[in-house]
Design a protein around this ligand. Structure first.
Ligand SMILES: NC(=O)C[C@H](N)C(=O)O
Length: 355
């Protein structure tokens, strides 16, 4: 029998040729889409109508609308819920978090995409940022126009989100959100327009990167704690303590704070004026709440800027927490998760600085 020998150089060339011609299949990253609903899954009776219903289209139909995405990754979908995100609940958020944590060590998933409505996307994104224990990319995506609209933004957003979730460079960046070519961190993003496609901004800490037709650029690393460095764990958790948000304004009525306590709130977030402020009567009500062991966080109704400690009101004396860079809705998520365990005021204040 004749034995043929082949040099390493030739072998290398053959493998290279086979890969480029597709004779040897390159393994694609595996992306799991967890679908929760939203406008991205919404539909209307016509392409030019502002009224529509969220959460109508299944994940399979959404993926089929973006056939090019199959070239980026092997894609699987799971329908967790199909609701407009105005109906998002801790129960659904928990299902998503548990599913990601369950698959964190699995070889069958390299990255996660979560389709979600934009109205409360920042809450779910930030919740997951605190409690998922994986360095695999976790990317939320939604749209501002329903799937039936002229120039629907969902398909390209979904394509870009899959590209980011499949990208090893996106690993260990915490939970991300991809919309309209921008990659945001869950920690920094906020929704700023009721209807515009360009609705998400990261006004305090800036963007993580950009993506354009699946080509990603990362130029910023989130500096707050998240994921594996986060101390929060929701394993086995089924219920959360009640935390209310109360909106401050001129001549605010302090009895809203007392009503919240009566209803069983363990924490209250004030969407304060300016630097997390409120009138004297409301500050007095907050101090009374704090004396009863209710945790009161001062955040702000203003879109940008940090709420600092002991600015214009004496947090040390009144027993209050400053939210720093977190807006009211994210302050509520952090306080809700933090209050799964009893904690002292100074520990909670440190948490608001670090997350
Ligand atoms: N653009 C959207 O997704 C809005 C919708 N109400 C939702 O949050 O589900």
């Amino acid at each position: 029998m004749k034995v043929y020998t082949i040099s390493y150089k030739k072998l290398f060339l053959i493998i290279l040729l086979s890969l480029s011609t597709g004779i040897i299949a390159q393994t694609k990253p595996k992306v799991l889409i967890l679908a929760t609903g939203g406008t991205i899954a919404g539909s209307a009776a016509s392409g030019v109508q502002s009224g529509y219903t969220s959460g109508q289209v299944t994940i399979d139909a959404m993926v089929n609308a973006v056939p090019d995405a199959m070239k980026l990754a092997d894609i699987k979908g799971e329908q967790i819920s199909n609701v407009g995100s105005q109906d998002m609940s801790f129960e659904i958020m928990l299902k998503v978090a548990n599913r990601i944590n369950e698959l964190a060590g699995s070889k069958d998933v390299d990255g996660f995409v979560i389709t979600h409505g934009t109205d409360t996307m920042e809450e779910t994104a930030y919740f997951l940022n605190l409690v998922v224990k994986t360095e695999k990319p976790v990317v939320l995506v939604g749209s501002m126009r329903p799937s039936t609209a002229i120039s629907a933004d969902g398909p390209l957003n979904l394509y870009n989100a899959i590209a980011v979730a499949a990208d090893p460079k996106a690993k260990a960046h915490g939970v991300l959100l991809v919309m309209n070519d921008w990659i945001h961190s869950a920690q920094s993003l906020t929704k700023v327009s009721t209807t515009a496609v360009q609705t998400f901004m990261s006004p305090i800490r800036g963007l993580i990167g950009t993506t354009s037709y699946g080509v990603n650029d990362f130029y910023h690393y989130p500096d707050q704690k998240f994921g594996k460095s986060s101390e929060f764990d929701v394993k086995g958790v089924t219920t959360f303590p009640r935390v209310d948000i109360i909106y401050a304004d001129a001549d605010m009525k302090p009895d809203l704070i007392d009503a919240s306590i009566e209803k069983g709130a363990k924490g209250i977030v004030i969407a304060g004026v300016g630097n997390g402020n409120m009138n004297k009567a409301s500050l007095d009500a907050c101090a009374r709440a704090s004396k009863k062991g209710i945790i009161v966080v001062r955040s702000t109704r203003v879109a940008t800027g940090i709420v600092g400690r002991n600015v214009e009101c004496n947090d040390d004396e009144l027993g209050l927490i400053a939210s720093y860079g977190l807006n009211p809705q994210k302050s509520r998520i952090l306080l809700t998760v933090a209050l799964l365990k009893q904690r002292k005021l100074d520990e909670l204040q440190k948490i608001f600085l670090e997350y």
